[in-house]
Design a protein around this ligand. Structure first.
Ligand code: SAM
Length: 257
């Protein structure tokens, strides 16, 4: 077993996170640059140090979970969600079960809640938001963001749901209240079922082909017939039918009924 493979085994034992399901070259590069910066020669030394140094362990977690996100990321796709996908889902069901999977620091589930509030009172909106990274979840719960996270937010939405505090923007308390955050590992934890909409964007790109395929099946099982999977703008599914999906629009897949 080489140095990196042994590291994968150790990390799995320590955290339950299976690095073998992430694209190897990319992950190895990210982690190598971190341990070199911290003065270690190989993964073994890096892991040993992590066992006693909590800060280093958190740095490792930070490096492996790439948290970049923003509100209305790829704004055109959110327009499609609002104008074409949600009206159809609401025709079938007044109460939607919605999941933002790998939600990072909250920009995505909050965007969802703000859009859903155009269809129903915000007090009735409910979005489940999950991520592997507890730090990201803590930041999401705080709900304070730099201006660059809001670049794509329409002006009227910014006015309605954000308060400027110095150089930061604070999300409205009611929007916050519409989102429930939980820790969840997509590659290890069970999925709930009967979702109308699952948003899982910009995380599948980090996974191996096998991990991705198994996740498409799991998302399919987690949706109600007719439910929608919304993926990131580089994450088109080839051959969606083989996972029980039809293409509803670019980057939106409907579970075959
Ligand atoms: C680039 S962010 C994407 C955030 C958001 N979905 C978006 O599109 O802006 C990727 C997120 O995936 C999370 N992640 C990585 N591996 C995961 C796993 N196995 N289970 C759940 N979340 C994971 C990371 O912690 C990170 O917050």
């Amino acid at each position: 077993m080489n140095d990196y493979q042994q590291f994968i085994v150790n990390i799995k034992k320590k955290t339950g996170i299976d690095l073998a399901q992430y694209k190897e070259a990319q992950m190895k590069r990210r982690l190598t640059s971190l341990y070199e910066k911290r003065g270690f020669k190989n993964f073994q030394e890096f892991f040993q140090a992590m066992e006693t140094d909590q800060n280093l362990f958190h740095e490792f977690l930070d490096r492996m979970t790439i948290n970049v996100s923003e509100f209305y990321r790829n704004a055109k796709r959110w327009e499609v969600l609002e104008q074409r996908i949600l009206p159809k889902l609401f025709e079938r069901n007044r109460r939607l079960k919605v999941w933002s999977a790998a939600c990072s620091t909250g920009e995505e589930p909050y965007t969802l809640a703000m859009i859903l509030s155009k269809f129903m009172p915000l007090s009735q909106v409910s979005v489940l938001a999950t991520d592997l990274d507890e730090n990201a979840i803590s930041r999401a719960k705080i709900g304070i963001y730099p201006e660059r996270s809001l670049q794509e937010v329409p002006d009227e939405v910014k006015k309605k749901f954000f308060t400027k505090e110095g150089i930061y923007y604070k999300i409205d308390e009611q929007v916050k209240g519409a989102v429930t955050f939980k820790k969840h590992n997509l590659l290890a934890d069970p999925f709930e079922t009967n979702y109308d909409l699952i948003v899982c964007r910009n995380v599948l790109i980090y996974f191996t082909e096998e991990a991705k395929q198994s996740l498409y099946h799991k998302f399919n099982q987690a949706l109600r017939p007719g439910g929608i999977l919304f993926v990131g703008s580089t994450e088109q599914i080839f051959n969606p039918l083989s996972y029980g999906f039809e293409t509803e629009d670019t980057f939106f897949y409907r579970k075959v009924e």
